[in-house]
Design a protein around this ligand. Structure first.
Ligand SMILES: NC(=O)c1ccc[n+]([C@@H]2O[C@H](COP(=O)([O-])OP(=O)(O)OC[C@H]3O[C@@H](n4cnc5c(N)ncnc54)[C@H](OP(=O)(O)O)[C@@H]3O)[C@@H](O)[C@H]2O)c1
Length: 257
């Protein structure tokens, strides 16, 4: 995720390589990042935190305690922390840090890797305009940005954080159904994948709603309508709602650990 953000920031010219310092515990990762992006690297989290104005925490949730403690607060200067760690609240980060800095919580998703992500951002109360503008620019480098209350971040995790896997699972299932209907694996794969990509492009480029685009394919009494009726009879709405609920319950449980 951090690599995707750095790549986006540089390709959009939001920041130059000399304005980014990357810290990681893995020397080999750092060498690769330095080679690819020309950014300064270090294994000393405290040094990166001292040098940076915006400190982006992009470690796995289980490594967050160690990473925040290694920042060695109190930090001096006008700084803000941005965390993308799933399930980690800003109050937990504040407790770990032991210093009252503005903390922004962000939930991005993997299409950020190709600048086509969506990030939900929860800003702390009273953050100044300059920092808000920077956060907007930072996350825009990964795609679309929406603003939510921190209480809604678990729902965001269950929708757009995990969401790429839901759609991709559907593509997999469609491919399998195509093979069962007699197509070769290769043909079914191209058809399922390109139908998914093309439908997303229609949604993005025509400005039409999902409902309007469905109507354009599903003529009365036709094949699409027959398949959509089968979805409905099998309770697709229920299946999706239950899946998102399961993700939400898991996000809430992780937040408590
Ligand atoms: N992937 C997603 O779809 C997604 C979506 C939204 C949010 N997120 C959140 O994004 C965060 C990062 O996820 P990711 O998939 O990018 O993780 P990742 O690939 O494991 O990247 C984290 C990096 O941080 C390093 N690291 C671990 N502990 C450290 C420490 N104490 N100090 C400095 N560096 C440390 C790791 O090194 P080692 O590999 O050597 O441990 C690794 O290179 C997670 O909290 C996740 O919840 C992910």
């Amino acid at each position: 995720m951090a690599e995707a953000l750095v790549s986006g920031l540089l390709s959009e010219d939001t920041l130059g390589p000399d304005e980014i310092i990357v810290s990681d515990i893995d020397d080999q990762r750092l060498e690769a990042l330095s080679r690819s992006f020309g950014v300064e690297t270090t294994t000393d989290n405290r040094r990166a935190a001292e040098l940076g104005k915006y400190i982006l925490l992009a470690v796995k949730p289980q490594n967050i305690d160690q990473a925040v403690k290694s920042l060695g607060a109190p930090l001096t200067g006008d700084k803000a922390i941005i965390s993308i760690a799933a399930g980690i609240t800003t109050s937990r980060i504040r407790d770990l840090l032991g210093q009252d800095l503005p903390i922004v919580r962000v939930m991005p998703n993997t299409p950020a890797l190709v600048n086509a992500g969506v990030s939900a951002v929860a800003l702390p109360e009273g953050m100044d305009k300059e920092k808000k503008e920077f956060i907007q620019k930072l996350m825009s480098a990964a795609g679309v940005v929406v603003y939510v209350d921190e209480d809604d971040i678990d729902a965001v995790t269950a929708l757009s954080g995990s969401g790429p896997a839901y759609f991709l699972q559907f593509v997999l299932e469609l491919k399998k159904a195509g093979v069962d209907a007699g197509l070769s694996e290769e043909t079914a794969a191209v058809l399922a994948r390109q139908t998914f990509i093309g439908s997303a492009a229609l949604l993005e480029q025509t400005g039409k709603t999902e409902g309007e685009l469905i109507k354009a394919v599903a003529s009365p009494g036709g094949t699409t309508e027959a398949a959509l009726s089968a979805f409905s009879e099998m309770g697709l709405s229920d299946i999706v709602r239950k899946a998102v609920d399961a993700g939400l319950a898991r996000a809430k449980a992780l937040a408590k650990t």
